[in-house]
Design a protein around this ligand. Structure first.
Ligand SMILES: *Cc1c(COP(=O)(O)O)cnc(C)c1O
Length: 357
């Protein structure tokens, strides 16, 4: 049976990426070696890393604009720590927007380094919206935000003008929609949400911003060291970077971010229209801030319909629809590689539930 994978991460990747990864595990580039056993210093892998870094910048429209792309390890959570190390000055302050669990975790790491100002929070309302009209201290070393809140299903649609360096955790919506990415000074994303398998994190840094704190930064945490070593300061996640590259190549072939954005909008419209139409369901995020990647919703009458609905979607081959363990309910993650046909299967199940219930 075909499985429709709505998992929030690690997530669905294009079928051709799975096929090519499987081939490379047996015989990478006709070298007679597996991608799992080759040296990261081999010519073939150095070329993979170079292309992955260059293609990331190209797809975001950042080539030749003073940015460097890195593929690091430790997940997006490691960047929560690397950010203040590299950008929060001794005696300085950082501004954070609290839009959910991940945003909050990022702010917590910064607190150990200096004054951390929370310029907005939707915590009291269960993180159901994005706070707006923020006043960001002009003397902050940077402003950190989370573009898409994977757990709560909200997404920043408009990035307000920001007078200080803008740093964004784009783990769950990178490469999903067009934005003026040159507004950002640092962009980072754990690969496993929308660009590859778990094990590597894409970090994009505006180089001129580095080296401004008087901190003594440990090498492994220092972006400048990773840049100087061309993202090979230590052994990178070889196979995860390779599979990420295959996904980026797939996206480029498809027409890049502009093309995928159209598909992602169609998928989101299809599902949200059903959530709003079907009297059995209710969305949890305020409409204007709804995420096009992770749609969160509830049954209006859990007690009456939960068991039947759960049985029905599982029987239809839908997988990964349960909400994050911290919030419950349902979450449909519609990342780049999820076909609209899978969303249609879910919508059909929701309609069928309405008929049966
Ligand atoms: C999943 C997620 C993280 C954490 O990523 P790890 O790679 O597990 O550290 C951080 N931020 C966002 C927005 C996420 O969705």
């Amino acid at each position: 049976m075909k499985i429709h994978n709505f998992s929030a991460g690690p997530c669905i990747l294009p079928q051709e990426v799975f096929t090519k990864t499987a081939e490379a595990i047996l015989n990478f580039n006709n070298s007679g070696l597996s991608i799992l056993e080759i040296s990261h210093r081999s010519k073939d892998f150095v070329a993979v890393m170079e292309e992955a870094r260059a293609l990331s910048l190209e797809l975001l429209g950042l080539t030749g604009k003073g940015y460097q792309a890195l593929f690091l390890q430790g997940g997006a959570s490691m960047e929560f720590l690397r950010i203040p190390y590299n950008f929060l000055k001794q005696g300085g302050k950082a501004a954070y927007l609290d839009t959910g669990t991940w945003a909050n975790n990022a702010a917590k790491e910064a607190k150990a380094f200096g004054e951390t100002v929370i310029v907005g929070s939707s915590k009291a309302e269960g993180y159901n919206h994005i706070p707006k009209k923020l006043s960001i201290p002009v003397d902050a070393d940077y402003f950190h935000c989370t573009s898409n809140n994977t757990i709560y299903g909200t997404q920043i649609k408009n990035f307000e003008p920001c007078a200080v360096p803008l740093i964004c955790d784009m783990s769950s919506d990178i490469f999903s929609r067009t934005l003026d990415f040159s507004k950002f000074d640092v962009i980072y994303a754990g690969a496993q949400k929308n660009m590859g398998p778990a094990g590597t994190t894409l970090v994009i840094v505006k180089e001129q911003l580095l080296g401004k704190t008087s901190r003594n930064i440990p090498n492994i945490l220092n972006y400048a060291v990773h840049i100087a070593k061309e993202s090979m300061y230590n052994t990178p996640a070889v196979s995860a970077v390779y599979t990420s590259l295959l996904t980026l190549q797939w996206l480029k072939k498809l027409g890049g971010i502009e093309a995928i954005e159209v598909k992602n909008q169609a998928k989101a419209d299809l599902l949200y229209n059903e959530i709003d139409r079907n009297p059995l369901f209710v969305g949890t995020a305020v409409k204007e801030d709804r995420s096009n990647m992770n749609a969160t919703f509830l049954l209006n009458n859990e007690e009456a319909h939960k068991d039947l609905f759960n049985t029905m979607w599982k029987e239809a081959g839908v997988s990964g629809l349960n909400g994050h363990r911290s919030v419950g309910g349902y979450r449909a993650s519609m990342y780049n590689a999820l076909p609209i046909e899978s969303v249609q299967v879910l919508v059909d199940v929701m309609k069928e539930l309405e008929r049966k219930a």
